[in-house]
Design a protein around this ligand. Sequence first.
Ligand code: G3P
Ligand code: MG
Length: 503
Amino acid sequence: MPSFDDSDFGAPIQPIISKDLSRVKTTESNGERRGSTLGISLPIPIEGRRDSVEVPATRSSIADASPYMHQLSMDDRPGAKDRRGSRNSFGASLPIPKSKRQSRLSSVAYSSGNVSGRPSGFPSQPTREILASQVQDMAGEKVTAAKDMAFVFDIDGVLVHGDRLIPEGQRALEILNGDNELGIKVPHIFLTNGSGKPEQARIDQLSKILHQPISMEQFIQSHTPMRALSEYYSTVLVVGGEGYRCREVAEEYGFKDIVVPNDIVAWDPTIAPYRVFTDAERSTSNPRDFSQINIEAIMVFSDSRDYATDMQIIMDLLRSENGRLHTVAKDPISQRIPIYFSQGDLLCPTEHPNPRMSQGAFRIGLEAMYKALTGVDLERVVYGKPELATYKYADSVLENWMDIIHNDERLPKNIYMVGDNPGSDIVGGNSYGWNTCLVRTGVFQGGENDGENPANFGVFANVLEAVKTAMKKELGQDFDFDWDDERVNPLRAGKDVSAVAVE
Ligand code: G3P
Ligand code: MG
């Protein structure tokens, strides 16, 4: 089933005035279009109907660098202010996949110790599901409420810190996976700005840390919606991540011809004069004559591991004639290829005492260089939280997940976003009309609430407190966060097997 209504197609792009992003409609994806909300993008032809939908950008497509620059700008050059956006750039819209994700239940990652191999996360007890369904049959209202609420979890700073478990995260997921008085699964998905490896690899890692099953069908990382871009571009430069993991990601997303910076350095080492290129890197790269190849778009999927090389290559491409290296465009703007970033976080908490620079810092550096070299602001597209397109995609994933766990493909009414970063998780959730819970286990270390982007449902010591408070609100203050086998199993309780006791 499509994740979007037919009415989502053909709706004109509207400037986003309200902060309530949930009301923003998606734009058409067939035929020629692209009136920019910001008046900078020129139309580009779209051939045929695609399996994607374009969502208006909620952040400006123009570089953020200016406020950080001092006397670098060449804005005063004649004509510079009148330059228009790249003819190739999406500018004001972000394509996301529109169709139901491929159901791959085999892709559920099980936590170690779950020998039953079932996605519920319950220990192996053959009568458990039968008992749970009997309990649920007798608790109609609570069951309805449990299916009408959902959680969207940020990952870093909420459930884990890198490879380290936040213990309350495991317990919260156990409850939602059925360790509760109803034995019911409460819908939840994961929405992270993390990146850099295929979804399945990240899920396997997380599931192992959290000791809970996680499915591909409930998981979104920053570049997951960028799968839609494979319908628009054939030859792309993919930047960031460890080794060649992001090449793998791009292959999985269906990009046909993937170039990574190492392929370019192997072809022409002079392009990155300070790079020490090892034999191992040379042997694993895929050099071609890039002076004869048009790279159609740049995809920054994850954090750069070599700013100098990556920035040089990106800048060369942005200033080239339609993405052909060794050329410099006469008009760098009209011949500029588009550039996409998977997320915009400036900083990221790590093991280091102070947060480290993330993709947003890399992007601002590039934007500043581009402006200094060309005199105009770089037009670019940034995915990830708090971008509307990412939240719309999350809706479609949640609907699909409801179908998988409750055979009921719809969006629950009461959605709770649990995050640690007011600047992405909370502002995005607030704008999208979700309930937002800010936790103190990650980026946010402030007082009562965040001053700029306060969480509307509250601030909690950790994710478990947030989950319990939300569940009590929806399911009653007396809701029990344990599945009690003794209470509901007539055999164990020594009761008459014909009468299943439910209190
Ligand atoms: O900022 C990079 C990333 O690690 C953030 O992840 O899960 O907090 O969105 P998350
Ligand atoms: Mg986080």
